[in-house]
Design a protein around this ligand. Structure first.
Ligand SMILES: Nc1ncnc2c1ncn2[C@@H]1O[C@H](COP(=O)(O)OS(=O)(=O)O)[C@@H](OP(=O)(O)O)[C@H]1O
Ligand SMILES: Nc1ncnc2c1ncn2[C@@H]1O[C@H](COP(=O)(O)OP(=O)(O)O)[C@@H](O)[C@H]1O
Length: 209
């Protein structure tokens, strides 16, 4: 495997305990559920509700959340385009490791650029990157505004806020799309149920897949 960047004289170290052994132990298959969408679209809520539903049925998951990772691993990054690219690059690599460990990794990031999401997808075995698009209209997200950030962005106090004066590129071929139905947003529990059904149907949640 050659994924070398600046480092030289380094060699891939294989380990006798492999992915399939870990997956057998956990009775599930590792994957990445990648939740993308505007601020306020419900990404974190869905991520946590999904993690709870999986936990209740005996499946091990772990949530990687934009706000949280920016407190640690990514605290050197801001919101300029190149910082967002690096943010998602690092998260993609971490998500790959988590899924290789056999976990259901739930990544919740605005991840505004299509190319970066596709790069993360390409890191994973076919079918194990499940892109979930929170297709919630900007005006709904803005009305919610739980952190008051849209208000600040509209007032010009935050520059480069996604959806206001920074781009968001919608997925073209996501696996799951969450949308309002008759002007009503489905509850987080039913959204999480939709993801669980998807994972179940594709054998991610069972032994003997
Ligand atoms: N300029 C700007 N644009 C968008 N979002 C902003 C900005 N500044 C701060 N925030 C807060 O940062 C959270 C998004 O972090 P992410 O790591 O998911 O962003 S990105 O994927 O790198 O675009 C986002 O969290 P969510 O609301 O949960 O999406 C915001 O709370
Ligand atoms: N399915 C939903 N229906 C209605 N309100 C929701 C739903 N999901 C989240 N919310 C509310 O919307 C706001 C933003 O949710 P959050 O999960 O923080 O979004 P994000 O992580 O995308 O910024 C919160 O106040 C949350 O309670």
């Amino acid at each position: 495997m050659s994924t070398l960047g600046q480092s030289t004289n380094i060699f891939w170290q294989d380990c006798g305990v492999g992915r399939s052994e870990r997956e057998k132990l956990l009775k599930q298959r590792g994957c990445v559920v990648w939740i993308t969408g505007l601020s306020g679209s419900g990404k974190s809520t869905l991520a946590c509700t999904l993690s709870r539903q999986l936990h209740s049925r005996g499946n091990l998951s772990y949530v990687l959340d934009g706000d949280n990772l920016r407190h640690g691993l990514n605290k050197d990054l801001g919101f300029k385009a190149e910082d967002r690219v690096e943010n998602i690059r690092r998260v993609g690599e971490v998500a790959k490791l988590f899924s290789d460990s056999g976990l259901i990794c739930i990544a919740s990031f605005i991840s505004p650029y299509r190319k970066d999401r596709e790069t993360c997808r390409a890191l994973l075995p076919d079918g194990s990157f499940i892109e979930v698009y929170m297709d919630i209209p900007l005006n709904v997200c803005e009305e919610r505004d739980p952190k008051g950030l849209y208000k600040l962005a509209r007032a010009g106090k935050i520059k480069g806020f996604t959806g206001i004066d920074d781009p968001y590129e919608e997925p073209l071929n996501c696996e799951i799309k969450m949308q309002e139905e008759n002007g009503v947003c489905p509850c987080p529990f039913s959204m999480a149920g939709k993801v669980v059904s998807y994972l179940e149907d594709r054998g991610f949640l069972h032994e003997g897949y």
